[in-house]
Ligand binder design. Structure first.
Ligand code: C5P
Length: 404
């Protein structure tokens, strides 16, 4: 799992977003981390320590005079061995405290006494977030090497709309994974196509391909976590956008081609075509629903071939490094290699088997000019991370080491 063996001290401060910290504990655990919760007194007004104790299966601390730690040095003991202290939600007050190194409670003292990285997910009303004093304190945190996750813009608990909303727990976990991930694609620009395309026959019917979009979205997430700037061009899917990824939604292959070319134009380094693109579009699509009783007979559909997006991008002057995907039903290796050559791409990833549609698992065969390499069955997230390493290796960029 992405956060296996990571130990995180989760600092919860006093804001209404504290209720989301309970879900965050679960998400962190799901990703493999162990979690020690430390709260400010204000936070205990929003959520009780019992909630966090039950979820984390560890005693929760809020008081610097707590005598449950033998040497009375909770501020030292609780963060030793931690991979990071994550403050979520971080109130304006606590950010001010961090910016000034104040030690008047357990969590503040622990942050000053820490040996590990400090990560902060702010949560506050939009007026507070834009207040000059808060801006100053946030700038000071950045100068001090503190990493900020969010905030995002949106509906606020007070009824207002604007910046200051805490990232949702899954997005915070994604940011955390990215923080620890090797920065294999730092400074790279990546465009990923994902999902199916949809070619209308009439306003209610269409032709599509089987694709959940999961592999493409996992790759977009993994590229972003490896430090790349990622643009995702997605066909119809209900999957959530990976944190920090810029997404363009499209429907038809033509739209996907235009969006991909647009995204590739300004200095894209890597193009990864994961989308299952419809090979044909219906040229005599009807503007109105085709009625069975009005047509009287089976409707005749006329088709025209869609552009091959991957081949088009690969043929661009100054083309990015192109990675294709292939779903073959037989002769995977031979057909995969032929496809790689035909499309003019250096690297092709073949799906082994068809039962992977919509699943969370997959099995891949990597094909390049030097030969083939299987990547055994694993989750799409794990395979995506392995693929990022393979792509980074082929680009010849030496690994710059892990974020931490
Ligand atoms: O030819 P085939 O559809 O099997 O090729 C698969 C690869 O080509 C995938 O990477 C897919 O995203 C890409 N492709 C494309 N545009 C098309 C058809 C396929 O980019 N029209």
């Amino acid at each position: 799992m992405e956060l296996d063996k990571r130990h995180i001290v989760l600092g919860v401060t006093g804001g209404i977003a504290a209720y989301k910290a309970a879900e965050l504990v679960r998400e962190l655990q799901r990703a493999g981390a162990s979690v020690q919760v430390v709260m400010t007194h204000a936070a205990t007004h929003f959520v009780t320590p019992v909630t966090f104790q039950a979820l984390s299966a560890r005693a929760v601390f809020a008081d610097q005079w707590d005598d449950r730690i033998g040497n009375n040095m909770a501020h030292i003991e609780l963060s030793r061995g931690a991979d990071a202290i994550l403050i979520a939600p971080a109130s304006a007050d606590f950010i001010g405290k961090l910016a000034n190194g104040l030690c008047d409670d357990l969590l503040g003292t622990m942050c000053v006494a820490r040996k590990c990285p400090l990560l902060v997910a702010p949560a506050m009303n939009r007026q507070m977030w834009t207040n000059p004093a808060v801006r100053r304190n946030v700038a000071q945190l950045r100068t001090d090497g503190v990493t900020l996750f969010g905030p995002e813009s949106g509906d606020q608990a007070c009824g207002e709309v604007g910046p200051g909303r805490m990232l949702e727990p899954p997005a915070i976990v994604e940011e955390l994974v990215a923080f620890f991930a090797p920065r294999l694609l730092a400074g790279r620009r990546v465009v990923v196509t994902a999902g199916p395309t949809y070619e209308p026959i009439d306003p209610v019917r269409g032709i599509t391909n089987r694709s959940s979009g999961k592999m493409g979205f996992a790759l977009a997430r993994a590229c972003r976590q490896a430090g790349a700037e990622v643009r995702l061009v997605a066909g119809p899917t209900t999957l959530p956008t990976p944190a920090g990824v810029t997404r363009t939604d499209v429907e038809t292959a033509r739209e996907m081609c235009d969006a991909a070319l647009d995204a590739c134009a300004p200095g894209c380094d890597i193009f990864i075509a994961v989308a299952a693109v419809a090979d044909w579009q219906v040229t005599n699509a009807s503007a109105h629903k085709i009625k069975k009783d009005e047509v009287g007979t089976t409707p005749e559909l006329a088709f025209a071939e869609n552009p091959d997006i991957l081949q088009t991008v690969a043929a661009l002057p100054n083309a990015p490094y192109c990675v294709g995907f292939a779903a073959e039903s037989k002769d995977l290796a031979r057909n995969g290699e032929q496809k790689r050559r035909r499309k003019g791409v250096p690297f092709l990833v073949a799906n082994i088997g068809h039962e992977t549609f919509g699943c969370d698992d997959n099995e891949l065969l990597l094909i390049d000019e030097h030969g083939m390499k299987p990547l055994g069955r694993a989750s799409k997230d794990e395979l995506a991370r392995a693929l990022v390493a393979e792509i980074a290796g082929r680009l010849g960029k030496p690994a710059t080491g892990s974020g931490q």
